[in-house]
Design a binder for this molecule. Structure first.
Ligand SMILES: *[C@@H]1O[C@H](CO)[C@@H](O)[C@H](O)[C@H]1NC(C)=O
Ligand SMILES: *[C@@H]1O[C@H](CO)[C@@H](O)[C@H](O)[C@H]1NC(C)=O
Ligand SMILES: *[C@@H]1O[C@H](CO)[C@@H](O)[C@H](O)[C@H]1NC(C)=O
Ligand SMILES: *[C@@H]1O[C@H](CO)[C@@H](O)[C@H](O)[C@H]1NC(C)=O
Ligand SMILES: *[C@@H]1O[C@H](CO)[C@@H](O)[C@H](O)[C@H]1NC(C)=O
Length: 479
């Protein structure tokens, strides 16, 4: 068929520089949601998507502060009926908003069915939505989920007028991962504006010590490759730890893992080693979080936990550490990385760059700020049993808050911020109606979300991947 256009959106801007770690504290480069599955969209459909800019207040909670900025959004108005009484809002998250979502994904199927006008609003401080001149810590004070939710409220109010939507228009919010939480909170905080929400994989409980994350990765690996896979991974991390302790071992690590900076060259400190361990465990976390999702058959997403376990138990590859190196190489190839960065000071110095032009302005600095001030979510290796070493405690992650943003970002303030979020939103005791919560059991984030509900107006769908792993279709079991 003629006329097919591949919508690539602004992806090109997110090029991988060498060494950038693709999986940072459970946040994938570009944000956790990623791009929708599906075929290229017909030209005529994608052509009807427009990019617009909304004048938004900088500080919604200070009426004396009239400063404004331009927030990017996308509109798709081709499925609407004359009644104009249904509006869908895809909530942007901790990465650049993607125009691809405007013509693809399940929500577009629903939009066609319900004749909805579709909007996607980019989250403040991500992508091209720049509320301040730079990303200085002082300027980041306006980066909060409360401000982002108020952005949604002002946006909805304006769109109702601008697009002449019906007085009885019903707005439905959609979001996956952090925006999944925002979708539920938008309904909770602004029920007069948001009629309902689809909250996918949203962590509603903020937590500093998110040790359960790697417990789920552990369970996923066990389910996939059994005890053999688990013990190989455990042994590999143990061997890495041993090798860091002497010169010959360090030389081996340099070569095996294509380290950007030599460990054997000296000058590596404890934080560097913790960071290296974090990158290596991140290889498994990265795959676990998206294991066999509906995009997985697409290259380069064809790497699954089966792939990793197959490598880890393959004795032909040599000792376990060599197998871990093979896993690392596979993932480096997937992300076009030429070397593995692990230097703590280098990472901190990158994250301290406050320029919108810098590579971390892709979202790494902003999301880390939100973890330090609102959510924690630090994926520690504190839980038992533990196969990824024991290098990464709460202290390691909170130290980064201090080193990147300043001394007032310390354990006390991080804990206070997390508690504050749970009080303001209600964590897992959230009281909402017309919200559906969806989670998958392999995704470690499900631990912080609602996976079962006895409230008919806020049901939960928990997809048991274990149960479904041998069938072609995922059959949601409503609990
Ligand atoms: C993924 O696809 C690439 C390209 O076709 C192929 O070389 C590779 O073997 C595949 N990997 C797996 C694990 O299937
Ligand atoms: C890696 O490079 C290839 C070829 O240049 C490109 O098609 C692909 O999108 C890149 N992958 C990533 C994850 O950047
Ligand atoms: C921040 O990043 C930009 C763009 O990469 C770069 O030009 C600038 O030198 C960096 N600033 C510092 C202080 O490193
Ligand atoms: C983090 O949580 C684990 C339990 O999952 C606990 O064993 C550990 O002591 C906690 N760490 C801190 C620093 O509180
Ligand atoms: C953390 O920062 C706050 C605010 O600057 C300060 O009051 C507190 O003493 C600090 N706590 C620690 C343990 O350093």
């Amino acid at each position: 068929m003629k006329g097919f256009v591949l919508v690539l959106g602004c992806l090109i801007a997110i090029q991988n520089a060498q060494g950038w770690r693709n999986f940072n504290r459970g946040r994938s480069k570009g944000g956790n949601l990623g791009l929708p599955a599906g075929d290229a969209v017909r030209g005529s459909e994608s052509e009807k998507v427009t990019t617009e800019w909304f004048t938004q207040y900088l500080d919604h909670f200070n009426p004396n502060d009239g400063r404004t900025w331009k927030q990017r959004y996308y509109v798709n108005d081709q499925y609407t009926s004359k009644r104009r009484d249904v509006a869908f809002l895809m909530i942007g998250g901790e990465g650049e908003a993607s125009i691809e979502w405007m013509t693809k994904g399940a929500w577009i199927n629903y939009a066609k069915k319900f004749n909805a006008i579709c909007f996607q609003l980019e989250h403040r401080y991500y992508g091209k939505s720049h509320p301040t001149s730079d990303l200085s810590t002082k300027n980041l004070q306006y980066l909060t989920s409360q401000q982002a939710l108020a952005d949604l409220a002002f946006f909805i109010d304006e769109m109702n007028k601008k697009h002449e939507l019906s007085k009885n228009v019903k707005w439905i919010a959609f979001g996956g991962s952090y925006p999944g939480s925002l979708a539920a909170w938008a309904r909770q905080k602004y029920p007069h504006l948001v009629y309902g929400a689809m909250s996918a994989s949203g962590p509603l409980l903020a937590k500093v010590n998110f040790s359960e994350y790697f417990t789920v990765v552990y369970d996923d690996l066990k389910d996939t490759g059994g005890d053999k896979c688990l013990s190989a991974v455990k042994q590999a991390f143990y061997q890495v730890d041993l090798l860091t302790r002497h010169m010959v071992g360090q030389r081996n690590l340099d070569k095996l893992f294509f380290l950007c900076d030599s460990i054997a060259g000296g000058g590596s400190n404890h934080d560097d080693i913790s960071n290296l361990m974090d990158s290596l465990s991140g290889r498994f976390a990265d795959v676990a979080q998206y294991n066999k999702d509906n995009r997985f058959s697409k290259i380069p997403n064809n790497i699954t936990l089966d792939t990793l376990c197959d490598i880890m138990v393959n004795e032909k590859l040599g000792p376990e550490v060599n197998r871990l190196a093979a896993v690392n190489s596979l993932m480096m190839k997937r992300y076009n990385q030429t070397c593995l960065d692990y230097k703590y000071d280098k990472m901190v110095s990158d994250m301290k760059n406050v320029s919108w032009e810098s590579e971390v302005s892709e979202g790494g600095r902003q999301w880390y700020y939100q973890t330090c001030t609102e959510f924690g979510f630090y994926q520690t290796t504190d839980a038992k049993p533990q196969i990824f070493g024991d290098e990464n405690g709460v202290d390691f992650y909170v130290k980064q808050c201090t080193d990147v943003f300043g001394p007032e970002f310390n354990l006390t303030t991080v804990e206070r911020g997390v508690e504050r979020s749970n009080i303001l939103y209600g964590a897992l005791d959230i009281q909402v109606s017309n919200v559906i919560f969806v989670h998958g059991s392999y995704d470690p984030w499900h631990v912080l979300g609602i996976t079962r509900s006895n409230k008919p107006l806020s049901p939960a769908i928990y997809i048991d991947c274990k149960f479904n792993s041998h069938s072609q279709h995922l059959i949601p079991k409503i609990k």
